[in-house]
Every structure is written in C-alpha cells, then in structure tokens.
Write a protein that binds this ligand. Sequence first.
Ligand code: SF4
Length: 373
Amino acid sequence: MSFQPIFDAYSWDETKASIYAKTVDDVARALASRQRTLEDFKALISPAAAPYLEQMAQRSHQLTRKRFGNTVQLYVPLYLSNECQNICTYCGFSLDNKIRRRTLSSVEMLQEAAVLKQWGYDHVLLVTGEANQTVGVDYLERALRTLRPHFAHLSMEVQPLDQVDYERLIPEGLNTVLVYQETYHRDDYKKHHPKGKKSNFNYRLDTPDRLGRAGIHKMGLGVLIGLEDWRTDCFFTALHLDYLERTYWQTKYSLSFPRLRPAEGLLQPKVEMSDRELVQLICAYRLWNEEVELSISTRESPTFRDNVVKLGITSISAGSKTNPGGYAVAPESLEQFEISDERSPAEIAAMLRQQGYEPVWKDWDATLTALAR
Ligand code: SF4
C-alpha cells in the first residue's frame, strides 16, 4: 500500500483545469459545508474564492482557536551540515555551488544547542543536506544521541531514508520528520532536481509512507511554492495528506508553504504567489482540515507574519539561521536561503503575547509519546 497508485490516477493538467473551473457557487457550497471534501478544498483555493477571503479568514481563526486554543508553538532549525550531493536549482547548498562545506562535530552541535537553550527552546529541528558519506544514518544517529539529553523533542529535515533507517532513529529520540515533495509536477521536478538521489521522484513521494510504516510521531509535508502552479501543487499536498491521515492515523501532521521569492542571482519563481493568495491558502487548509498544524517560517516578512499568525497558523520559527554553525560556531558562513524576519525569539514571543497568544517552546514531551502507545 502506498500513495503512488492514488497519485498516478490523477492528471496534473485535468486537476489544474478543474481547480480553475470552480465557481462562486462551488465556493459558497464549500463554505456552508460541515464536512469539507477535497472538491471543497479545490473551490477554496480557486480564483473564484478571492472575494470570500475575509469570511474564510474569520472562520479559519475560529476553527484554529477551537482546536489549538491560544497557543502558538515556536521552532528553530539547527543546521548541522551544508554538504550535499544533489543539484537543486533553487538551493544555496546545491552541489554545483562553490561554497565552503561544513559539517558540525558533536562538540559544535552542543555549542549551537547551548544558544538555542538559552533563548528558551526545548525542541529543535535538525537540518542537513543530502550527503550519505558525511551525513548518513550513522551521523544522524550520533546527532540524536548528542542532543537528546538537552531537548524534549527532536525533529529532522534531512535526506529521505529507508524504513529501517527510520526504525533505527526513532528509538534514539527522532520524533518528527519534515519531507517536502517540492513539486508534484513530475516533469518539472526532474528539471529542478537533475542530479543526485533527490532526482528520484518516486522515492521521495514514497517517503511519508516509509515514515508512517516506521511509526513516526509526526511528519511535515509541503511544496516549494513558485516551482509550479501553486494551486495544483497544494491540491496534491492535500490529496497526499488525506491519504496519509487515513492510512497512518496515529501519526500527527503539519503543513508548510515556503515561497520561492524573486531575488537577484537566484532562481526566479515560475509562478508568483501574492500575500493575499498565501492567506487564502492558509485559510483553505484550515477550513478543509481542522487538525493539521500549519507552520510559517522566517522566509516571510515581519509584517506578513504578524498579520497571518491569527488566521490559522499554529507554529512559527524565530531567530533562525540557515547555515551550519550559524548561532555560535561560524556565524559568517553562507546561508541556505535568506531570512526575511530577523527578529529574535524573545521579540517574536512578545509579538505573540501582544496578540493574545501564549508562546510554547516545547513541542511534545517524549514521556507523552510513550503514554500514547
Ligand atoms: S534543497 Fe536539500 S537536497 Fe537540494 S541542494 Fe539544498 S540541501 Fe541539497
């Protein structure tokens, strides 16, 4: 059993056409519905829903408050390595970029962790490029063992692994894995990932299934918005999530929606998504799925983040550095992508309190996971 046959039954072009064909009647029906379907989701992300944004935002706010209360979780990435054997057209760590490569030692990991602990974090997202020789499963296991005594919760955004590898890392404290498909458009995926293990579309598509079978506590999905038509890509993300929730119902899920921003010298987005459209997407995800966690990163501007936090978001990054050693060991090294919101975690926490939210520094306690089993 896997998502692939379900995905293969859909045509990209027909799916896209059906989203753009949605009418205001479809949107009104979706808004009035008690149990929203994937067809309703299509209507809510369609251009026809644009005039309903205010209504969607209010409903999204109410549903999020009802399910998640007045809490917003803070998270932070800890980049362990920028070594990578892949070519990805949009990434500063791509193999063909001539940058200084660095992989943190256990001592350096602890130096970085000390800064994050001082800021108040009790959970951390470990990030590496995809380089089996240097940051393969042995290295990841060592990282978990090194950091586990210092954090209540450890997440990872690293290369997709085999099921046995996840089964090996979960007992070491791996709680959450983020694995973004980048785009569900097969041909465009090939164009943006021409070399390395990541060029295997199907292996990546199957990763959440391997995670689910391994019994991961939480996984995060998403696409890089801008590589292809965002509406179609986000529909496929929702389709994927829908399948996973029904198949691995004990796992929790989160969604992210990083936008590829136009920037000098970097890959320009094929399709630009406006701020209003991103708000529409966030609200559509919430109206369709009341349980899923929705996450926004420091890629977005302070003003946008301040405004969107009450519209459905449940976690927000703060203080992020996207270079290995960026907090203490090597602050000047090259970042994976540029940060738009450079406010400190304390400033973000203050902003949240001002809006009536309680910032949460810990995602989940390991003892609770044990109790849930
Ligand atoms: S996106 Fe990930 S896999 Fe691709 S080049 Fe960057 S670090 Fe490597």
